[in-house]
Design a protein around this ligand. Structure first.
Ligand code: ATP
Ligand code: MG
Length: 361
């Protein structure tokens, strides 16, 4: 899969910009605060309908505007044109000039895996970050998951509202059938995907540590059942009704799931060194890339934001070649010297104050 070109209007610090990319490696190079990450953010948004930096989508709109526009040309055999117009009031998405009904329908048309220095918070941060990573990963592979997850969230909001209003009475639990059905689907998917990510991340981690470290990744579902089925999960929710009414919310479910990481049997979050934590996340991200490629038969784009400075020299040299395969890469950096470690075939863009100029190919 290739991103041929990108167009931005009133997005972050870009007034109006069009860029044609190389099918191979694209380097966005420039001083701090010029707009390098903003370009990756635009590409990420076209892929996932989200930012990787903020939950507030409106902060992507240029300060002196009330809407932004993103457009791109994608090639994967056929060519596709994707456009998004986003404002507080309206979101218009079109694929090949045909209107797409919801913003979330665009997920999976363009696929990306992102590497950033903040990835370490996937490990160190709260479970929300891990669930978000997992949900975005699965959503890009499986369209149905996007819809079921949205339904689950809606049903959860209704149930919580009813529990607060009616307490432990039947009215509170009218949605439990639906809740159980969506939960079973989400848990089943998460379990499968984590098992596959774990396997691939384990292999990669063994390689980058020359066999010294064994990385184990495990799904820690909030609901523990013998078998993930609608029936069992319904019974589980039923058993927890009294507690949910007491706590005025749904105390268990996919919204409380987590993922655990162990290196040589020890919890990486509690006992891992900074370097071990970085390697574990790198292995996970690498696994995400490989999984996405296998599941979709297409190579996702790699977005790498400022990752070179946080890698040690050995890993820096190994980072791109070990990942790349035939992926198209977008990498930002501030130090021109770093471009050398990226390789000769890169197309270099100089980013300066919301403008981008091709330097040399
Ligand atoms: N909504 C917005 N409207 C206008 N400008 C914005 C908006 N949001 C951020 N900016 C500006 O964008 C710039 C930051 O861009 P970006 O994060 O892409 O920088 P960068 O080149 O990646 O820098 P660094 O090397 O420090 O990571 C800042 O100057 C910031 O003020
Ligand atoms: Mg940046």
């Amino acid at each position: 899969m290739r991103l041929k070109s990108l167009e931005l209007r009133d997005f972050r610090n870009y007034k109006s910009l069009k860029i044609d990319f190389s099918d191979d490696v694209n380097v966005l190079w420039g001083k701090n605060a010029q707009g390098k990450t903003n370009i990756l953010e635009a590409i990420y948004f076209l892929a996932t309908a989200r930012s990787f930096r903020t939950l507030e989508r409106k902060s992507l709109i240029s300060w002196d505007s009330d809407k932004f526009l993103l457009g791109c040309r994608i090639s994967n055999g056929a060519e596709k044109k994707l456009r998004i117009l986003f404002s507080q009031r309206e979101r218009k998405v079109s694929l090949n000039s045909k209107r797409v009904s919801k913003l979330s329908d665009l997920i999976g048309i363009l696929r990306v895996v992102i590497f950033t220095p903040e990835d370490i918070f996937l490990l160190k941060g709260n479970p929300f970050k891990r669930r978000r990573f997992l949900d975005i990963c699965i959503s890009q592979i499986d369209r149905k998951y996007v819809g079921v997850l949205q339904k689950f969230k809606q049903v959860l909001i209704r149930r919580n509202f009813a529990v607060r209003k009616y307490g432990n009475r039947n009215n509170s639990f009218l949605w439990d059938e639906q809740l159980a059905e969506n939960t079973a689907f989400i848990m089943g998917k998460r379990e499968k995907v984590i098992a596959r990510l774990a396997e691939k991340a384990g292999e990669y981690h063994r390689d980058i540590t020359s066999g010294k470290e064994r990385l184990r990744i495990e799904y820690r579902p909030s609901i523990k059942v013998k078998e993930i089925s609608k029936r069992e999960i319904f019974t589980h929710y039923e058993k927890h009704r009294r507690k949910d009414a007491e706590k005025l919310c749904t105390t268990t479910g996919p919204h409380r799931d987590d993922i655990d990481f162990f290196i040589n049997g020890k919890d990486v979050r509690l006992f891992g060194s900074e370097g071990q934590q970085r390697s574990a996340v790198l292995s996970l991200k690498n696994a995400e890339f490989v999984l996405m490629k296998q599941e979709t038969n297409e190579t996702p784009l790699i977005l790498a934001d400022d990752v070179l400075p946080v890698l040690d020299r050995e890993r820096k040299r190994a980072f791109l070649p070990s990942l790349k395969g035939n992926a198209q890469i977008f990498i930002t950096c501030t130090d021109k010297k770093e471009i050398e470690s990226i390789g000769a075939k890169a197309k270099i863009f100089r980013v300066f104050n919301g403008n981008v100029a091709g330097e040399r190919v």
